[in-house]
Design a binder for this molecule. Structure first.
Ligand SMILES: [Zn+2]
Length: 306
C-alpha cells in the first residue's frame, strides 16, 4: 500500500513540495519529513506534539516497524495510528520520488510550468508577466539563450549587483559597470540605461526602424515593447528574437571585458548583434531562400518578408 502525495497547498519550499513520494520498501522515504501519506502533509506537521518522543531524527519509514502505544499518552496517538493503518512497505521495490506531474525525470519545462502557475512561494508572477513569459518561451532561439533570457527577465543573472547581494562582491569598485565605469552593474543598467549600451540600442533601433524615444528604462518593458513592435512590423512572428539577440550580444561583450579584458568597438558590437540575429533567423525559421548577411544589414524587414 502506498500514498500518493501532491503539493497543492502553500509551498514552504518549492522543490520538495513538488515531489511525490511513492512508498515501496520504506528505505528511502523519511518517516516524518517526507510527504508520503494521503493528504500531502508530513507527519512532523500533522502531529507536531508527538515529535518530542522521537529518539532520533531522520528515520526512514522502514525503521518504524511497530508502535508501543503505552509509552506515550497523547491525544493524537490514535489519529496517527489510524492514519498509518494498513500502510505496509513492499520489500521488493525501492521507494520512488517523482517530480511533480512527471514520472520520467525532472524536465526544466515542468519547473517552468510550476512558475507560471504561481506555485513557487515568494515568486508571484503578475498576469501580464506570465503572458509575456509564456510567449517568450516559444521564441525560436538557441535553448541556452532562452535560459539566459529567462534569468534576465527574472533578474537572476550573475550581475555584479546580484553578486553583492549575496556578499560575494562588496566594494563599490567591484560592482561598477564594465562599460561606462560610472554606475552599478545591475540588469536594468547593463541592458537598458548604460550610456554605452544605450548607444548600441540607438544603432540597433535605427536598423530595425524602431523609434528610440519610445524605449522604456526598464529592460523587461523595453523587450516587451520591442517584441510588440516586431510583431506589428514583420510578416513573420519573430517574438523575442531581436531583443534576445541584443541582450545576448551585450552579455557576451560584458563577459569579454570582465573575464578576458577584450573591448569591442561600438561598430563591431552592433554588427555582431545583427549577425547573431541573422544566424538565428536563418536556422530556426528555415527560410526557403537564402538571405545574404549584407541584405540583412540593410533591411531585416525586407528579408523577413521572404
Ligand atoms: Zn554602464
Amino acid at each position: 500500500m502506498f500514498g500518493w502525495v501532491g503539493g497543492s497547498g502553500p509551498l514552504e519550499n518549492w522543490f520538495p513540495s513538488a515531489i511525490i513520494c511513492k512508498l515501496e520498501n520504506g528505505d528511502l522515504i523519511d518517516f516524518r519529513l517526507d510527504r508520503w501519506l494521503v493528504g500531502g502533509v508530513p507527519l512532523c506537521e500533522r502531529f507536531p506534539s508527538l515529535f518530542r518522543f522521537a529518539k532520533s531524527s531522520g528515520s526512514k519509514v522502514n525503521d518504524n516497524g511497530f508502535w508501543i502505544s503505552e509509552e506515550v499518552e497523547d491525544e493524537h496517538v490514535e489519529d496517527l495510528i489510524r492514519e498509518l493503518g494498513g500502510t505496509t512497505p513492499m520489500v521488493r521495490l525501492d521507494d520512488l520520488f517523482i517530480w511533480w506531474k512527471n514520472s520520467s525525470g525532472y524536465p526544466v519545462k515542468v519547473a517552468y510550468d510550476m512558475l507560471l502557475e504561481g506555485r513557487v512561494r515568494g515568486l508571484r508572477l503578475g498576469g501580464s508577466l506570465v503572458k509575456a513569459l509564456d510567449h517568450f518561451w516559444k521564441t525560436k532561439i538557441p535553448s541556452k539563450v532562452l535560459v539566459f533570457g529567462w534569468r534576465l527577465l527574472l533578474d537572476k543573472l550573475p550581475t555584479k549587483v546580484n553578486f553583492s547581494k549575496r556578499e560575494i562582491l562588496s566594494t563599490p569598485i567591484e560592482i561598477v559597470c564594465p562599460f561606462c565605469g560610472l554606475e552599478e552593474e545591475d540588469s536594468d543598467h547593463l541592458f537598458a540605461s548604460c550610456s554605452v549600451t544605450f548607444l548600441w540600442w540607438t544603432k540597433f533601433c535605427d536598423w530595425l526602424g524602431f523609434d528610440t524615444a519610445l524605449l522604456p528604462v526598464n529592460i523587461f518593458n523595453r523587450l516587451f515593447l520591442l517584441e510588440s513592435f516586431c510583431k506589428s512590423k514583420f510578416m513573420v512572428d519573430t517574438s523575442w528574437l531581436f531583443g534576445m539577440a541584443f541582450c545576448w550580444g551585450v552579455w557576451n561583450c560584458r563577459n569579454g571585458i570582465v573575464f578576458n579584458g577584450v573591448i569591442l568597438r561600438d561598430f563591431d558590437t552592433v554588427g555582431m548583434i545583427k549577425f547573431v540575429a541573422w544566424e538565428w533567423f536563418l536556422f530556426f525559421y528555415k527560410v526557403r531562400e537564402s538571405i545574404l548577411y549584407v541584405a540583412w544589414c540593410v533591411s531585416p524587414n525586407l528579408c523577413i518578408r521572404i
